[in-house]
Design a protein around this ligand. Structure first.
Ligand code: ADP
Length: 497
C-alpha cells in the first residue's frame, strides 16, 4: 500500500512528517483510483512531493462521510461542545504555528514572516467563530392569540468549499469557521498548487476531537474534484473563492444540479486613489503594501493607482524608489517581502500582461522583467501612461504589477475608481474627513480603506459588489451563509376556522 505520509524538510522545522493522503473521516487515505500528483516548490521549480488526488469517486466518498456525520454524531453535539472543539483547534493551530507557516512558505512561496502572520490570523478567525457557535438564536413572532410562531436557525447540511492557492490556510479558516460554528459538515477541496499546509492542519482537526466526517479535506484538481463537488446532488451548499471565470462555472453547476446555495468571493481590480491633501510618505507605503503584499496575489490588491495631477510626478518618483527597495527572494530569508509567484502558469500569465502593457504603449517605470534565473520570481512592476482601455488597467493580473494614472477632480477620481466590472475593494488617501466619507460612500466596493490598505479583520465582512462575488465572508454576516431559516406555526387548539 502506498504511504499517506512522507518525510519533508524546511529550513525552519528541519525534518517533519507531511501527510499526503485525502483526509476523510479523520483518516488519511489513498484515492479510490490511487492517483497522485506532484507538488512544485515555486522557489526552486523542483518537486516537493506527490500527494493523493481526489477524483469524482473520492468526492462521493467524502460527501457520504460528511452526510453521515451531519445526520449522526454532529447533530448530537451541543453548540457549546462545538465551540469547545473549535477553541481547541485554534489553540492547536497556535501551538503548531512554526510548522504550519514553514509548510505554507515551502509550498506557496510566501515569505515566512507573512506566513506566520497568516497562521496567527487563522487561529484568531477560528476562535472568533468558536465564540459564535452558542450564540445562534432564533425568535418568536406574535401573530394571533391561538397560534405560536417561532423562527429557528438551522445548519444547511453538507457544505462543499473550494479554495485558492494565494492564502491556503487563511482561506480555509475563513470558510470552516462559520460553517462549523453553525453546525454544518464540510468537504473542503484545496487548490492543486498548494495542498500541503491544509493536510498538516487536518491532523489538528483530529487531535481537537472533531467527530469523523465533520471536516474532510481533499487535494485535487478543479475540473475533476472541484466540478464534482459543485455539481454533487448531496451537497447542500457550495462556497468558493477564486477566479470570476470559475465562479461562473460553479454557479452554473449548482443551478444545473440541485440548486445548492452558492457564495462566491471572486476577482477584483481595486482602485487606490491618492488626493493631493494626503500624507504622501504614508500614502506611498500603503500603496506599495496594497499592490505588492503577497506578491500581488490578492483578490483585493490595489492595482489601479490614481494620483491627483499636482502631486503626480513627485509621487511616481518616490513610489519607484519604494517599490525597488522591496526585498525579493528566498521566502525563508527573514528580510524577504516578496517571494516567487505560485506556479509556472501564473508566472506566464503575469509576464503576458506585462508584455501586453508594453505593446499597448504604457511606460515601464520600474521592473517589467523576471527576477533572478530560478523560481517564478517577477520584479515589482509599475506602469505609467496607462489608459482606461488597456488590458493592464481592466483585467485582474494577480501579480506584482500595477498601473498608475492621473486625475484632476474628486468627481473624476470617483468615476475612474468605479470604472470596472469588479467591486471587491477600494482605497483613498486624504486628510480631509469630509472627502474621506464622501468618496468612501461613492465607491462601489465591498470594502473601502481610508489612509491604509489590506486591513482585513475577521470581525469585518469581506466580499464583493458587482462581478466580485455573491455574499460576504467573515464577521457575523458570514454565519447567514451557512444557516437555513425555518418558520414554525403551531395552532394552539380551538375550533377550525
Ligand atoms: P486560479 O486560476 O488563480 O488558479 P481558479 O479560480 O482556477 O484560480 O482556482 C481556484 C480554485 O477553484 C482551485 O481550488 C481550483 O482547483 C478550483 N477550480 C478550478 N476550476 C474549477 C471548476 N471548473 N469547478 C470547480 N472548481 C474549480
Amino acid at each position: 500500500m502506498a504511504s499517506v505520509f512522507t518525510e519533508l524538510k524546511t529550513p525552519v522545522t528541519g525534518a517533519y512528517q507531511q501527510p499526503t493522503g485525502l483526509f476523510i473521516n479523520n483518516e488519511f487515505v489513498e484515492g479510490v483510483d490511487k492517483k497522485t500528483f506532484e507538488v512544485i516548490n515555486p522557489t526552486t521549480e523542483e518537486v516537493i512531493c506527490s500527494v493523493h488526488e481526489a477524483t469524482e469517486k473520492d468526492v462521493d466518498v467524502a460527501v457520504a462521510a460528511a452526510r453521515k456525520a451531519f445526520e449522526g454524531p454532529w447533530k448530537q453535539v451541543t453548540p457549546g461542545q462545538r465551540a469547545g472543539y473549535m477553541f481547541k483547534l485554534a489553540e492547536l493551530v497556535e501551538k503548531n504555528l512554526e510548522v504550519l507557516a514553514a509548510v505554507e512558505s515551502l509550498d506557496n512561496g510566501k515569505s515566512i514572516t507573512l506566513a506566520k502572520g497568516d497562521v496567527g490570523a487563522v487561529a484568531a478567525c477560528i476562535r472568533y467563530y468558536a465564540g459564535w457557535a452558542d450564540k445562534i438564536e432564533g425568535s418568536t413572532v406574535d401573530i394571533a392569540p391561538d397560534m405560536f410562531h417561532y423562527i429557528k436557525k438551522e445548519p444547511i447540511g453538507v457544505c462543499g468549499q473550494i479554495i485558492p492557492w494565494n492564502f491556503p490556510l487563511l482561506m480555509l479558516a475563513w470558510k470552516i469557521g462559520p460553517a462549523l460554528a453553525t453546525g454544518n459538515t464540510i468537504v473542503m477541496k484545496t487548490a492543486e498548487q498548494t495542498p500541503l499546509s491544509a493536510l498538516v492542519l487536518a491532523q489538528l482537526v483530529k487531535e481537537a476531537g472533531f467527530p469523523p466526517g465533520v471536516l474532510n479535506i481533499i487535494s485535487g484538481f478543479g475540473k475533476t474534484a472541484g466540478a464534482a463537488l459543485s455539481a454533487h446532488m448531496d451537497v447542500d451548499k457550495i462556497a468558493f473563492t477564486g477566479s470570476t471565470v470559475v465562479g461562473r462555472a460553479i454557479m452554473k453547476a449548482a443551478a444545473a444540479s440541485n440548486l445548492k446555495k452558492v457564495t462566491l468571493e471572486l476577482g477584483g481590480k481595486s482602485p487606490n486613489i491618492v488626493f493631493n491633501d494626503a500624507d504622501i510618505e504614508q500614502a506611498i507605503s500603503w500603496v506599495n503594501f496594497g499592490i505588492y503584499y503577497n506578491h500581488g496575489q490578492c483578490c483585493c490588491a490595489g492595482t489601479r493607482i490614481y494620483v491627483q495631477e499636482d502631486i503626480y510626478d513627485k509621487f511616481v518618483e518616490a513610489f519607484k524608489k519604494r517599490a525597488t527597495a522591496n526585498k525579493v527572494g528566498d521566502p525563508f530569508h527573514h528580510e524577504t517581502f516578496q517571494g516567487p509567484q505560485v506556479s509556472q502558469l501564473q508566472y506566464d500569465r503575469i509576464m503576458g500582461y506585462i508584455q501586453s502593457g508594453k505593446e499597448d504603449g504604457a511606460t515601464v517605470e520600474v521592473g517589467g522583467e523576471r527576477h533572478g534565473d530560478k523560481g517564478y520570481f517577477i520584479q515589482p512592476t509599475i506602469f505609467s501612461n496607462v489608459t482606461s482601455d488597456m488590458k493592464i488597467m481592466k483585467e485582474e493580473i494577480f501579480g506584482p504589477v500595477c498601473a498608475i494614472a492621473k486625475f484632476s477632480t474628486e468627481e473624476e477620481a470617483i468615476k475612474l475608481g468605479n470604472e470596472t466590472m469588479y467591486g471587491l475593494a477600494a482605497a483613498l488617501h486624504t486628510n480631509d474627513v469630509n472627502r474621506a466619507i464622501r468618496v468612501s460612500n461613492a465607491l462601489r466596493a465591498g470594502t473601502v480603506w481610508v489612509n491604509c490598505y489590506n486591513m482585513l479583520h475577521h470581525q469585518l465582512p469581506f466580499g464583493g459588489y458587482k462581478a466580485s462575488g455573491i455574499g460576504r465572508e467573515l464577521g457575523r454576516e458570514a454565519l447567514n451563509n451557512y444557516l437555513e431559516t425555518k418558520s414554525v406555526a403551531i395552532r394552539l387548539g380551538g375550533a377550525l376556522f
